[in-house]
Structures are given as structure tokens and as C-alpha cells.
Design a protein around this ligand. Structure first.
Ligand code: EPU
Length: 420
């Protein structure tokens, strides 16, 4: 297994370019199942989760090829309707093939995703929504089995907005008979991007990006070209890295309008930011101040930036409270940050952080993708050496992260973990 070794304490300086959004690329790839015709996708991030989704499509008999910077998907026919456990257990987002398979082929057998390091992550909204649309859904031998002759449009209300739940049901509704209305839908930019791609392919969708999405079913989709939006979480991670090291960075090819809650909180803690159309310039003068943050669905503060922000607050002046409202146990990074000298107390679903002047490097262990990012940004600021192990989590969602940090002047290396 690889680990990332950081010699901390160097302010980051320079320009860094954001890759395509993993969480937009995944549903877009899954949605290619919905129809034949060639789909040419650009700005696809080269991260393990996206490769895994490509592999899953391959297992379903769909041709996925890479031509230069483009990913070309041809789903003229779909040979299998099964997403096996061995694959789903490595990536929960595999459940995104469920809606498209039932919609196009009338059946799907998808392994039920198991436990997750960030809390219980049920898929009951996905299943209840498909049932509302007329599918018969059963759980058997660890698999979700869903069948339907043709799904029927209906009204579906989400108890709480779910990102992949909204995406799954939006994709299912595209080929359903009649109109589907998704209420209290998630509003993340990745949902709007999926909708934009589907509309290019002939789908009829209105309201994506709001809490009410209306989908009028059509009988088939054709191919289309699409450029995936930039990754707002990756871009946010570079901003926090710039801020925590007291640096001066320019994050290029990002969409500031997708990142407002983070930008507001960074400014509140004293970071100077200048927004341009597709770039953000960051500068820090003096020590940052602690500020309170509460994660919530978009346009609230993203849970996927919580670990990185906790790391930032660990060196900010004063006390900050960070409340996590999306996932119940997404504080696994806290114990590791403590090993680096951070003063953080967990109180139920919130942490109270008392900022220290400095952190000190230590061997730490990553528990999930964003926890890894949190530990790495902490390591960039810490005095001495930080070794982050289990970085395979990081590779699921960040493209060439250490290379990008090195270009900003950080000392970051990937090594094989020593055996105990
Ligand atoms: N929920 C249910 N039932 C469901 C679905 C969700 O109770 O059927 C609950 C969840 O337990 C959670 C809340 O609803 O409390 C919201 O979860 P959501 O469904 O929105 O999460 P997700 O779709 O599984 C996506 C991202 C996550 C990101 C969350 C929240 C993808 C592939 N994944 O997950 O990204 O944290 O939305 O924004 O889009 C990551 O990239 O590191 C990551 C974990």
C-alpha cells in the first residue's frame, strides 16, 4: 500500500488547475446506459472511482474507450443487468446504474452497498422512488432486484435531499411513461450537470438545480458530447491548502459560483480571495481566525469539505465549532489530527476546535477520501514529517494530487508503506 510523506511548513505558491468533478462524472457515466448512440465525454477526472464506473459499464457489455482526452461510451446494447458485490463494495456510487438499468431494460440486479466509514448510508430513497414508479423491488442474497415493464411517471418526495437518490430517480424517470416530479430534490451542481447531459441526449428535464425537478418521459435517448464541470471539492481543497500554509495560490479552471459557502467561510476566517470567471486567487496575511461551520445540502457548506476545514480551524486563532449534519460518523480524521497536536473535542455531531499556533507532523491513517484530504492539508502546514497511510482512499477522488501540490512548492512524496 502507498503512503504520502509530507515535509510540512512551506507556504504554497503558484497556479493549480482543477480536474473534472468525480461526482458529476460518475452519474454521467451511469446515465450512458439509458440509450444507444455515441457519447463523447471530456474533462473526465482520471481517478479510481471513475475507472471503476468504466469497469462496471464494461461488465454490463458497454464499450468505454479513451481517445486522447476524451472518454467515448457506446451503449448500443446492454448485455448484462447485474452489478456484482465485488465491484459495488469498492464504490457505493455503483448503485447509480440501478435507475438507468430498470428504465432501459426493465430489470436490474445491483449489490446492496454495505457499511461505510462515514456513517450509515442507506439507499431506501432510491428503492422507494423506483417502487413509486411501479417497479417491483426485492432484497435477496445481498442484492437489490428491481423489475418493471415500463416505469410510470409520478410525484416523489425526498424526506431529506439525496444527491445520488435524486440522480438515480431522475435517470429512471427520463424513459418512464408520463411525467415525474421530484420534490425536495438535491440541488448540487453535479445534478445540474447530469441534467444538462441528459437534455443534450433528448431527455426532457426542467428544474435541475432547484428542489423541484420535472421530468417528462421520452422513449429513447441519442448520443451527445459533454464536458464535465470542474470539481468544486478538489478546488476547495487547494484553497484550504493555500490558506493553512499561509500561501498565495491561484486555483484555475474552477467555478466560483459553485463554491460560495466555502468562500464565505474562508473570508470570514481572514483569507483574501479574488474571484474571476473560472479562477480564484487566494492570499493570506497573518494568522487566520476561527469560525463556525455547519454542513448542509447544497447550497450549504459541503460535507465533503468538512475534514479539510476542521484541519484549517486547528491552526486558526480562537475556538470554532464545526457541525456535521449529513453523515453521522464523519469525524474519523479528528483522532488523527489530534496526533498532530490539534486540540479538538467531539461532542455528538459537532467538534469544538481550539486553534493552536502550529501542528506537528506525525504518522496518521486515512479513513475515507475527504479525511485523507484533511490530513494532507494538515500535513502541509505541520512542522516536520507527516506520513499519511491508506492513501488508496485519496486516489478514488483526487487526480495527481501530490504532483499538483509539488507544483505549488510543497514537499510531498508517494512511497510504499513499510511493513510493520
Ligand atoms: N439518505 C437516506 N436514504 C437514502 C439516501 C440518502 O437516508 O436513500 C441520507 C444519507 O444517509 C445522508 C443524506 O441522506 O444522511 C444525504 O446523503 P446523499 O444521498 O446525498 O449522499 P450520497 O448521494 O450517497 C453524495 C456524494 C458524496 C457526498 C454526499 C453529500 C456522490 C457519488 N457521492 O453521496 O460524496 O458526501 O452526496 O453531499 O455524489 C465524496 O465524494 O467523498 C462523497 C462521499
Amino acid at each position: 500500500m502507498d503512503q504520502i510523506v509530507i515535509q510540512g511548513g512551506r507556504p504554497l505558491r503558484g497556479e493549480v488547475r482543477t480536474s473534472g468533478a468525480k461526482n458529476a462524472a460518475l452519474p454521467i457515466l451511469a446515465s450512458t446506459i439509458l440509450g444507444g448512440g455515441e457519447c463523447v465525454l471530456s474533462n473526465m477526472p482520471r481517478v479510481v472511482d471513475v475507472l471503476t464506473m468504466g469497469k462496471l459499464l464494461g461488465m454490463l457489455g458497454i464499450a468505454v474507450t479513451h481517445e486522447g482526452d476524451h472518454t467515448v461510451v457506446q451503449a448500443h446494447s446492454v448485455a448484462s443487468t447485474e452489478a456484482p458485490y465485488d465491484l459495488v463494495r469498492t464504490m457505493r456510487a455503483s448503485v447509480l446504474v440501478l435507475g438507468p438499468l430498470v428504465a432501459r431494460l426493465g430489470e436490474a440486479k445491483v449489490s446492496l452497498p454495505g457499511g461505510c466509514a462515514i456513517g450509515s448510508r442507506p439507499v431506501n430513497f432510491h428503492l422507494a422512488g423506483l417502487e413509486r414508479m411501479g417497479a417491483i423491488v426485492e432484497i435477496e442474497h445481498g442484492y437489490i432486484k428491481a423489475t418493471a415493464r415500463r416505469l410510470k411517471g409520478c410525484r416523489i418526495y425526498f424526506d431529506t435531499p439525496s444527491v445520488t437518490g435524486t440522480e438515480n430517480l431522475m435517470m429512471a424517470a427520463v424513459l418512464a411513461d408520463g411525467t415525474t416530479i421530484l420534490e425536495n430534490a438535491a440541488k448540487e451542481p453535479e445534478i445540474t450537470d447530469l441534467s444538462a447531459f441528459l437534455v443534450k441526449r433528448g431527455a426532457r428535464i426542467a428544474g435541475a438545480g432547484t428542489d423541484m425537478i420535472t421530468i417528462e418521459g421520452v422513449t429513447e435517448l441519442h448520443g451527445a458530447d459533454h464536458e464535465v464541470i470542474p470539481d468544486r471539492i478538489e478546488a476547495g481543497t487547494y484553497l484550504v491548502a493555500g490558506a493553512i500554509t499561509g500561501g498565495q495560490v491561484v486555483v484555475e479552471r474552477c467555478r466560483p459560483e459553485h463554491m460560495e459557502p466555502l468562500l464565505v467561510k474562508l473570508r470570514e476566517s481572514g483569507v483574501e480571495l479574488a474571484e474571476e470567471k473560472e479562477c480564484i486567487r487566494l492570499k493570506v496575511a497573518g494568522r487566520l481566525k476561527g469560525t463556525n461551520v455547519r454542513t448542509s445540502p447544497h447550497p450549504g457548506f459541503p460535507t465533503d469539505m468538512q475534514a479539510q476545514f476542521v484541519a484549517l480551524m486547528a491552526v486558526a486563532e480562537g475556538t470554532s465549532v464545526v457541525t456535521e449534519t449529513i453523515f453521522e460518523s464523519r469525524f474519523m480524521h479528528v483522532e488523527e489530527l489530534r496526533r498532530m497536536g490539534a486540540d479538538i473535542r467531539v461532542e455528538g455531531n459537532r467538534v469544538v476546535v481550539t486553534g493552536k499556533e502550529r501542528l506537528t507532523g506525525a504518522p496518521v491513517m486515512a479513513s475515507d477520501l475527504r479525511a485523507s484530504a484533511g490530513l494532507i492539508v494538515a500535513g502541509l502546514a505541520a512542522e516536520g514529517t507527516t506520513e499519511v497511510s491508506r492513501v488508496y482512499h485519496l486516489d478514488r477522488g483526487y487526480e495527481r494530487l501530490e504532483e499538483k501540490f509539488r507544483a505549488l512548492g510543497a514537499s510531498v512524496e508517494r512511497r510504499k508503506e513499510k511493513c510493520p
